[in-house]
Design a protein around this ligand. Structure first.
Ligand SMILES: NC(=O)c1ccc[n+]([C@@H]2O[C@H](COP(=O)([O-])OP(=O)(O)OC[C@H]3O[C@@H](n4cnc5c(N)ncnc54)[C@H](O)[C@@H]3O)[C@@H](O)[C@H]2O)c1
Length: 360
């Protein structure tokens, strides 16, 4: 493609600003339109970000009538599905913010729309661009032998969002989907996304619904804590736990236990909103036997200068320009989505549920 890539933004809230900041650093990209359902919000966003050539709309359907190559979907979770399907059906490539969707069925429809349109559907997991995440995957696949147990997740002591993140009609799900999808991606991507078979989950929201802890307690409907045991194909099991708020400083490290070695990861950062993987990896330790001795090896954490958010947005643009496959394909993230869907179903009925992902 020897012209500028034409981009539209759907949803003009907080994260849309990060997408725009990334696109604006790219001389080969022009942002031609922005849409938001709140009347006047897209217009205000266009002015604030000095998007001089961009048109503003109150509906994504009007935006999709423009001559666009791709869109960033930056709406609350619940609207990822419809806006992405509409964009793909209109022949636009899609970078959708995480989580992919709320239910597995929505995720399947999104992937099907992408396949039918032969357009990119990629999911915004910027931690994939962290060199330490790449190093973890390499170690898991080369040093550990047969990995049979993974424990992941994370816990903020106090880190509950508000606004569009806490009621079911906009967020669809709480901590399990919001920050949990990153943990799932960290663990499952390292294992090349094995298929989940069943899940038994428990969720609660004792903090979010208590005005002592959350200013919007009266409209807080999603989970602020959850734990799930997920059986994976190939004789593996995943123990997944997440909290937005709790009376503890940690829900434990991420562990990969293999037949030859084990790997322990702790998240970077400190403070009430830390303890999860969107802030990067703080330490990596490998447990193995060397000449018959129990050995702990500290793997250096690379201090990098990458703007991983920029990298994810750039990879989307490069895929459009060079006709490449989706950098983080929706099809792969369907597995992540299937687990979140299973957790919501299992916690609702209080029993283990089967997970079946149809061929798409
Ligand atoms: N990758 C990251 O680091 C990261 C960080 C924060 C949020 N997110 C994700 O980004 C998404 C948005 O989060 P946010 O913090 O920007 O939320 P936000 O509430 O600040 O913004 C969302 C905007 O979308 C608009 N909207 C809702 N439905 C729409 C529709 N159908 N069409 C057009 N606009 C619509 C809302 O009016 C709002 O202005 C969420 O899915 C969240 O999980 C990702």
């Amino acid at each position: 493609m020897d012209r500028k890539v034409k981009i539209g933004i759907i949803g003009s809230g907080g994260i849309a600003g990060a997408h725009v900041r990334a696109y604006k650093q790219m001389p080969d990209v022009e942002i031609v339109g922005v849409a938001d359902v709140i009347p006047g919000k897209a217009e205000e966003f266009v002015h604030r970000h000095e998007l001089l050539d961009a048109q503003a709309f109150d509906s994504h359907l009007e935006l999709l009538e423009l001559d666009l190559d791709g869109v960033s979907v930056c709406t609350p979770n619940i609207a990822h599905h419809q806006t992405s399907v509409d964009a793909l059906n209109a022949g636009k490539h899609v970078l959708v913010e995480k989580p992919l969707a709320i239910t597995l069925e929505q995720g399947i429809e999104m992937v099907q729309a992408g396949k039918k349109a032969e357009k990119i559907l990629t999911v915004g997991f910027q931690p994939r661009y962290d060199p330490n995440m790449k190093a973890v995957k390499k170690i898991v696949q080369s040093e550990l032998g047969n990995v049979y147990y993974v424990q992941t997740g994370g816990g903020r002591r106090r880190g509950m969002p508000g606004g569009t993140f806490v009621n079911k009609s906009l967020a669809g799900a709480g901590a399990m989907a919001d920050i949990g999808c990153y943990s799932l991606d960290l663990a499952l991507n390292a294992l090349d996304y094995p298929k989940p078979l069943s899940v038994s989950a428990f969720t609660s929201n004792h903090f979010g619904t208590n005005p002592k802890y959350h200013p919007e307690a009266e409209k807080f409907e999603v989970e602020d804590f959850g734990v799930a045991l997920v059986r994976l194909e190939g004789g593996k099991v995943l123990n997944f736990k997440i909290s937005w708020a709790m009376h503890a400083d940690s829900l434990g490290p991420t562990l990969f236990l293999g037949t030859d070695a084990g790997l322990k990861l702790t998240p970077a950062g400190s403070g009430p909103w830390s303890g999860v993987w969107d802030g990067g990896i703080g330490s990596i330790t490998m447990f193995h036997d060397v000449q018959g001795h129990h050995t702990e090896s500290t793997i250096p954490v690379q201090q990098h200068q990458y703007d991983i958010f920029y990298e994810k947005v750039r990879d989307f643009v490069v895929a459009i320009k060079e006709d490449k496959p989706a950098p983080i394909p929706g099809e792969e993230i369907l597995i992540n989505q299937a687990i979140i869907d299973g957790i919501l179903r299992s916690s609702e009925i209080g029993k283990e549920v089967d997970i079946e992902i149809p061929e798409v």
